[in-house]
Design a protein around this ligand. Structure first.
Ligand SMILES: Cc1cc2nc3c(=O)[nH]c(=O)nc-3n(C[C@H](O)[C@H](O)[C@H](O)COP(=O)(O)O)c2cc1C
Length: 224
């Protein structure tokens, strides 16, 4: 059982990476082999709209035909039994790297074909459990006020439709700087951030661990 996590933060050791690693620890505790892949290490583009995956008789088999540094990462994602994508929220959306990765991952497994009921046909005939993890500066009440669950939920909906299962974990009010005193910033109080980091972030890490365990359990169920 192979469970991967893709980090869409440009930072390899911060909030998003830590939550992803904890989710992988949960998956490993349930017997999975795991790997954390950082998207920021490779230069790559989003979908180039070449439509090779939409040609009649296309042989792309759910893998993006455009070849660049993302190709080996996409191959890994497609070979995984389950995967988790983590991203900080940048201006209300996932980061550019995460968006580009999602476009290249999702479009080749999507179709413009509908059945008699008008439902979109899927390329995959199996379920690959997936999850999204988002980290953000704002507190939970603000996240709800500005509709992040709706905005970001679009990715969960697409992953659910195309891979059969997706769930989302939100981690709010994250600690952003290693030393707040060095930055021009009076919008956030370092003291309040430190309390959140000490009290809430460990709970988010526990929730990530449980998420990893759930994905592993779903795979075990599928294989039975
Ligand atoms: C360019 C940029 C834009 C951001 N935009 C938002 C935003 O719209 N909403 C928010 O809550 N946090 C925003 N943040 C804060 C990050 O989402 C937050 O610090 C996140 O936890 C960073 O993840 P990391 O620690 O894994 O790098 C932004 C940060 C950066 C650098």
């Amino acid at each position: 059982m192979n469970i991967l996590a893709f980090n869409g933060s440009p930072r390899k050791k911060w909030n998003t990476a830590q939550l992803l690693q904890r989710a992988l620890d949960g998956a490993a505790s349930a017997g999975a082999e795991t790997e954390l892949v950082h998207l920021c290490t490779e230069p790559f583009k989003g979908c180039t709209s070449c439509f090779a995956c939409k040609h009649k008789g296309s042989q792309t088999k759910g893998l993006c035909a455009y070849r660049d540094a993302l190709t080996p990462i996409l191959v890994k994602a497609r070979q995984a039994d389950a995967f988790i994508i983590g991203s900080p929220v940048y201006y209300d959306y996932p980061t550019a790297q995460t968006r580009a990765f999602l476009e290249r991952l999702l479009f080749p497994v999507d179709t413009y074909l509908v059945d008699a009921d008008g439902s979109r046909l899927r390329v995959l005939d199996t379920t690959i459990p997936t999850a999204m993890i988002y980290t953000m500066n704002c507190p939970q009440w603000y996240m709800e006020k500005v509709n992040y669950p709706t905005i970001l939920g679009a990715n969960e909906a697409a992953l659910k439709r195309l891979f059969g299962y997706c769930e989302t974990l939100y981690s709010c009010d994250t600690y952003q700087f290693s030393d707040y005193s060095k930055y021009a910033c009076n919008m956030f109080s370092e003291e309040k951030k430190a309390v959140q980091k000490a009290n809430q972030f460990p709970k988010d890490l526990d929730n990530a661990f449980a998420l990893g365990q759930r994905l592993a359990a779903l795979i075990a169920q599928e294989k039975r």
